[in-house]
Design a protein around this ligand. Structure first.
Ligand SMILES: [Zn+2]
Length: 207
């Protein structure tokens, strides 16, 4: 059977199974959402927030793109963060990158020749250039890419902290904590980079 047809069948089986354990589940879901986390992650098919955190439907509002970018000029991202903070009043944001990120590795090695992708990854290439001396001291391309994955998470959190909508959230006393995590693909473990930014006073200084 073709994969997309199999997924439709699996969906029907999932609905039946859910209803058998919790007959009210879909009615509750249809009433609305109150997620407590905004997840900003990579589009990579191996990094699903739902699966790796064992979270349930309705718990996590998600924005994913190649190399988990939080660009101040990206209308899609800005809409997500504005809606998350002003409507859903989500109190926690997790920026989750991952080792083995194809987007970060591509940015580290230069241009891919794919016009839109190269444009999208410009910020990560700039970041690699900015930290070139630190990266070149590391032994081998995997260690360099892993470090760039971490630097990219710090950079995206810096973008988020400096957004007007985020600063206004803190100024009016609304709870908001921003975390940086990295998913270690070869062992499946999430690592907390322990940023925990709770307000304007916690924002790391820009170098
Ligand atoms: Zn990735």
């Amino acid at each position: 059977m073709e994969r997309h047809k199999r997924y439709l069948e699996q969906n029907r089986a999932w609905v039946a199974e859910r209803k058998s354990h919790d007959p009210d589940f879909f009615r509750r879901m249809a009433e609305g959402q109150t997620p407590e986390i905004l997840w900003i992650g990579c589009s990579d098919s191996r990094v699903s927030s739902l699966e790796i955190t064992k979270s349930g439907l309705g718990e996590v509002f998600v924005h994913r793109n190649i190399a988990n970018q939080a660009k101040p000029d990206d209308a899609s991202f800005l809409s997500v963060i504005e809606f998350s903070l002003e409507v859903l009043r989500i109190p926690q944001i997790i920026v989750c990158g991952h080792y083995g990120c194809g987007g970060v590795e591509a940015a580290l090695s230069g241009l891919t020749g794919h016009c839109a992708v190269d444009g999208w990854l410009g910020g990560v290439r700039d970041l690699a250039e900015k930290h070139r001396a630190e990266l070149e001291e590391l032994p081998g391309s995997t260690a360099q890419a892993n470090r760039l994955v971490e630097l990219n998470i710090y950079e995206q959190i810096d973008h988020i902290c400096n957004l007007d909508v985020v600063q206004q959230t803190w100024k009016k006393g609304q709870l908001l904590c921003i975390h940086g995590w990295v998913y270690d693909m070869p062992n499946g473990l999430l690592r907390d980079l322990e940023m925990n930014i709770n307000g304007l006073g916690d924002i790391p200084k820009r170098p």
